[in-house]
Design a protein around this ligand. Sequence first.
Ligand SMILES: Nc1ncnc2c1ncn2[C@@H]1O[C@H](COP(=O)(O)OP(=O)(O)OP(=O)(O)O)[C@@H](O)[C@H]1O
Ligand SMILES: [Mg+2]
Length: 254
Amino acid sequence: MAKIPEKTSILRTVDVNRSFGMVTAADNLNIEVGQGELVGIVGANGSGKTTFLNLITGYLRPESGRIQVMGRDTIGLPPRLVTKLGVARSFQIPQLYTNMSVLEGMLLSLAATSGKGTGIWKPLYRESWTAEGLDTLERFGLASYANRPVSELPEGGRKLLDIALSFALKPKLLLMDEPTSGVSIEDKFQVMDTLAKVLQEGEITTIFVEHDMDVIQRYSRRVLVFETGRVIADGEPERVMADPEVRKAVLGRV
Ligand SMILES: Nc1ncnc2c1ncn2[C@@H]1O[C@H](COP(=O)(O)OP(=O)(O)OP(=O)(O)O)[C@@H](O)[C@H]1O
Ligand SMILES: [Mg+2]
């Protein structure tokens, strides 16, 4: 019988540990994420979700264990070099000048990732960057805002721009910490619909932290549940959430 090929591993952590004083923020994490997966992470406040993302991006160094991104060991690499491997984390929107236009924001991001930099002698408006910036905005449904100030974007649009900016890196692995926080319930699903489509089209492996289980269930076929730095469940959201221990950890009630 033909062997079913295994999905290419994009991320693998082996026995990863990290603590802060008495607090264990990553407790023996053994997590593997394959090409094209969209993995949700849930867990109570302080359960280690952001720490996990910080460990992957190189902002935090584990005390022990291994982290591999596309088969390459990354522990000890500075965040800048982990980024170069294709690991993107959405930018924080407050970093953008809000009176800058949406397209200018994209161009600045493309300039920053090109390594060429910008300056008065290096114009921001390169033709190739403009075409790429507009194309990305189009995919994120933001093209009509291209020449308007960032401050005019509705909250959901800002969140999408935040992620669109990280696309300048052409990421293979995208990490998002609560991509829809602060977005109204009505707009949440619209933002996630757009995101899910873009990620699928680009076959971009994604890990996202999300408090709302409805969002996870709708968009993700896999959820990791964190509790005090440990993964207490990993699997299909509906099945995982049927477990009383998980419900208690996530919802605070069974
Ligand atoms: N740089 C740090 N210094 C000291 N303690 C830290 C640091 N980063 C995280 N912690 C602690 O590690 C634990 C896990 O924190 P983390 O930010 O990963 O949780 P989280 O699951 O992202 O929580 P939230 O849902 O509130 O964002 C917490 O107890 C936190 O106080
Ligand atoms: Mg967090």
